[in-house]
Design a protein around this ligand. Structure first.
Ligand SMILES: *Cc1c(COP(=O)(O)O)cnc(C)c1O
Ligand code: SF4
Length: 351
């Protein structure tokens, strides 16, 4: 029992205790932080000192429920109902308005399902759905309507997906996605990585995760060790849409990953009211590089049902793009792309 040692340390070292009292999440494990995520808008607004009346009309019981980790809320500006991070998580009434062209599977994932939970859409790489769960519920998400229930990953299904990968020697890269693959326990992730590491034609393992940004406590030394230990290259594609998401804590998590040679890239989605402004996109690229992350993709929104209020026109997207292109070095300009069902790659937007 270390309890006594810690309590003496606290008495001797008063500042430590003060920090813990001010910031209760600092001492919580990532699992605890996840359990304590906000699931109600009123609690979140109370925390942020925002008057609910200053918000647009909200849904009472959204079928895609609210979920916001406290550390992500801590990156929001208290008192600001227009905060760009808050906008990403508010369940607006508008989501229920049907809009032509906004559909349940906008990118043709279901048609590209090679096995349950394995999407083989592009040459040389396939995407494995590891879990349906996410640490945050982003209202613009194209997977918000995904029939995860029909695609639950039983051990048999996982086995069939791994078998498919083993028998398709043209696959050089496996992308772990979801949901969020870093919500798997260390044990489950280790098992999965071990299985993939055994397949000789797999050169790269890529993870698409929002966790280093929205729950940086997930980046534990043990996880970093797991991700870095295999013979293959590991690539982690993060997902931040606004520079305010990249807190000091996020920067530290990224440093730890980077120090073990994990390649860090970022993808963002263009979102009305969040980052549809050249200054914001410019600052995002700058902040990403400070955190050792290179901008990879800037996605034009996938037209998923319930997300139309985030859409911006292609001409606006291109105009923003040309502005950042003229202000940033080439390596800090993400590729502006749109995903089109059935296409061989993510299609660059062009005038
Ligand atoms: C985006 C995506 C990929 C990866 O595409 P890259 O251009 O290599 O980043 C692979 N599979 C699926 C199903 C995807 O949606
Ligand atoms: S899949 Fe990504 S974008 Fe969608 S809700 Fe989960 S974290 Fe957000």
């Amino acid at each position: 029992m270390d309890r006594f040692r810690y309590s003496t340390a606290l008495i001797r070292n008063k500042p430590l205790k003060t920090i813990d009292t001010l910031n209760p999440t600092a001492s919580e494990s990532w699992q605890q932080q996840l359990n304590h995520a906000f699931s109600q808008v009123d609690a979140l607004c109370h925390y942020l000192n925002i008057d609910m009346d200053s918000l647009p009309e909200l849904q009472a019981n959204a079928s895609f429920p609210v979920k916001v980790p406290r550390c992500f809320a801590d990156c929001m500006e208290p008192g600001n109902p227009d905060d760009p991070l808050l906008k990403q998580v508010l369940p607006l009434q508008e989501e229920n308005i049907a809009v032509a062209g906004f559909v349940s599977d906008p990118v043709g994932d279901l048609a590209a399902m090679a096995e349950a939970g394995l999407i083989h859409k592009y040459q040389g790489r396939a995407l494995l759905i590891t879990t349906a769960a996410c640490a945050i519920h982003c209202r613009y998400c194209f997977r918000r309507n995904f029939p995860y229930i029909d695609n639950q990953i039983t051990p048999q299904k996982r086995h069939r997906a791994l078998d498919y990968i083993a028998h398709h020697s043209e696959l050089e890269e496996i992308i772990l996605s979801g949901g969020d693959p870093l919500l798997l326990s260390d044990n489950k992730l280790e098992q999965l990585l071990e299985n993939l590491q055994k397949i000789p034609h797999i050169k790269r393992i890529r993870l698409h995760s929002r966790l280093p940004v929205v729950l940086p406590a997930r980046i534990t030394p043990h996880l970093v060790q797991l991700l870095a230990s295999g013979p293959q290259k590991t690539i982690l594609v993060l997902h931040a849409n606004h520079p305010n998401e990249l807190s000091a804590q996020v920067a530290v998590a990224c440093q730890q990953l980077k120090s073990r040679n994990i390649t860090l890239l970022n993808q963002s989605v263009l979102l009305k009211g969040v980052n549809d402004c050249a200054d914001t996109l410019y600052a995002l690229s700058e902040r990403l590089f400070e955190c050792d992350i290179l901008p990879y993709y800037l996605h034009q929104l996938d037209p998923a049902q319930g997300t139309a209020h985030f859409a911006i026109s292609d001409s606006k997207a291109l105009s923003l793009y040309h502005q950042i292109q003229s202000r940033l070095p080439g390596y800090l300009v993400p590729k502006l792309v749109r995903e089109i069902a059935g296409a061989a790659y993510k299609i660059p937007l062009m005038r």
